[in-house]
Design a binder for this molecule. Structure first.
Ligand code: OVV
Length: 403
């Protein structure tokens, strides 16, 4: 029952953050979590929970007390075997984390990403022109999925065939960070085949001679990674690089369709495209939660957490914490979004965020320049996932910009 406290004085809560009801509408429980205190205890899972912005940030910043090496899902790798080989970047601490992170940071650095802009913008323009000709379409498959599935695997150096498998694969991995509920079990039904496919895609001989994949393998030639580690680091790109941006683009399209005055502000000043995407990442927070594991008794928000416990960080709740944000539940493309935790923060903050932002900026720029209005043409349908917030369907109607 809500209202109880643990022996350590932490308020106990009973909601299930991995239930369909919660995932459809997490906002009332987010408010309960934040209002219960700086830290709460989720009785159903026996984990700490953090929903306020200040403490979410504090946990994510302190990798020594709040480790990732025991897994960033509910499963504790010190007690159970990971369902897939642990990631060399997401599910590691320093010093191992630094080895793979350094390579990915360089492969996805500002200079590299900026050099892709012309191509990414041209692809976005082409897609928006074709969708305008159709008028009404489903913006999830036809834009939020189609665009990243074109530009990202091209940049990695993947072949054209079967890239759509990256979507169920991403859905599978994100569900697997939750408990073994129906979402988890349904997502991993096809796991053996999909994991084998992803592993094959990560091998040097299956990647083009230029691209992010080739550069990661070249880092092994240079001695920065072993030749066994290189395909695993490519796997991280394939895992984290597509269905996250699908959620982010879907979020931005949903926000603009449901806030027409914000779309008109974007049309009036297309240079707001990047800010409009960033605000959608705050507002919807595609990656809603990740776990950490305490390595020692650690003080947080005035209480001491036990060691060797999982801590569930609610980035989505932190991004709408009224202690931190004015009108947190308004989608406002002019608001200062700096400090939101939608990309994480600290050493594990999204290493691909410049690429994700470029994708968002290019799509929203194309819409701002060519589209007069965006309306819902039907009910959006959510795609429930234990960790990632996103849509399965978003029927939209676009009208061309006059003149
Ligand atoms: C889902 C996800 C996010 C970030 C990194 C990875 C996976 C990984 O496999 O490294």
């Amino acid at each position: 029952m809500d209202g109880m406290v643990t022996a350590g004085g932490v308020p106990e809560l009973d909601f299930d953050p991995f239930s369909r009801g919660f995932l459809e509408d997490p906002f009332p429980d987010h408010a309960r979590l934040r209002d219960a205190g700086p830290v709460a205890w989720l009785r159903q899972y026996g984990v700490y929970a953090v929903g306020r912005h200040a403490e979410a940030r504090a946990v994510l910043q302190d990798w020594e007390a709040f480790s990732s090496a025991a897994g960033v899902g509910l499963a504790d790798f010190r007690r159970e075997k990971p369902w897939r080989l642990a990631s060399l970047v997401l599910e590691t601490d320093p010093p191992m984390h630094g080895r793979s992170r350094r390579v990915l940071s360089r492969v996805l650095s500002a200079g590299v990403v900026n050099a892709l802009r012309t191509r990414f913008q041209r692809d976005a323009d082409e897609m928006v022109v074709a969708l305008l000709a159709r008028g009404t379409f489903d913006a999830v498959p036809d834009l939020a999925e189609a665009y990243p599935l074109r530009v990202f695997p091209d940049a990695v150096g993947m072949p054209r065939e079967n890239r759509r498998y990256l979507l169920p694969y991403g859905n599978m991995v994100f569900n697997s960070f939750g408990p073994r509920n129906a979402l988890f079990e349904d997502a991993v039904l096809d796991a053996a085949r999909v994991l084998e496919w992803v592993q094959a895609q990560s091998q040097r001989e299956n990647l083009t001679a230029t691209g992010f994949g080739a550069e990661i393998h070249a880092a092994a030639d240079a001695g920065e990674l072993t030749h066994e580690e290189a395909p695993m680091v490519v796997r991280s790109l394939l895992t984290a690089g597509v269905d996250t941006t699908v959620s982010g683009l879907g979020a931005a399209l949903f926000c603009l369709a449901t806030h027409p005055e914000q779309f008109q502000a974007l049309r009036a000043d297309p240079t707001l495209a990047r800010a409009a995407f960033e605000e959608a990442v705050r507002f919807e927070t595609p990656v809603q939660t990740f776990f950490r594991t305490t390595t020692r008794p650690v003080e947080l928000g005035g209480t001491t957490l036990d060691e060797e416990r999982k801590v569930l960080v609610f980035m989505g709740a932190a991004n709408r914490d009224p202690r931190r944000w004015k009108r947190p539940d308004d989608y406002d493309i002019r608001r200062p979004t700096a400090g939101h935790v939608g990309w994480g923060v600290g050493i594990h903050a999204c290493v691909g965020m410049l690429l994700a932002r470029l994708e968002g900026e290019c799509v929203l720029t194309a819409l701002a320049q060519r589209v007069g209005s965006i309306e819902l043409a039907g009910e959006p349908v959510r795609r429930c996932n234990n960790i990632r917030r996103g849509l399965a369907s978003l029927p939209l109607r676009l009208t061309p910009r006059a003149g």
